[in-house]
Design a protein around this ligand. Structure first.
Ligand SMILES: [Zn+2]
Length: 108
């Protein structure tokens, strides 16, 4: 195993732990771990941009209220209830994402 791989693996384990603690659905945690970083933030996929939660392809079309409920039912009791990000936070995150995507394009 290369050094790089072991770093990636332990990071994935951390994300997995966070995902469970935060109450995110298993399918979305799996999706989060599989999808490349910049692609996780596709604004069309993610109405929750800025919250840390990225719905998977199956969950993205579920009503936002229902997604919030689902997450809060599984969420660690010590945490604040999950809620969608404010629109201004979402828009700020979107401009971040565009910047990153452009950087990625320039590099390839
Ligand atoms: Zn899902």
């Amino acid at each position: 195993m290369t050094h790089r791989t072991s770093i990636t693996l332990s990071l994935a384990k951390q994300w997995l732990r966070f995902g469970i603690k935060f109450g995110y659905p298993d399918c979305c945690i799996k999706y989060f771990l599989e999808v490349e970083l910049v692609d996780r933030y596709d604004p069309k996929l993610n109405m929750f941009l800025g919250s840390g939660y990225i719905p998977c392809n199956a969950c993205k079309d579920v009503a936002m209220d229902e997604q919030e409920d689902r997450i809060n039912k599984r969420r660690d009791l010590g945490l604040e209830p999950f809620k969608r990000p404010s629109e201004s936070l979402r828009l700020r995150m979107l401009s971040h994402v565009r910047l990153r995507k452009n950087l990625k394009k320039q590099r390839s």
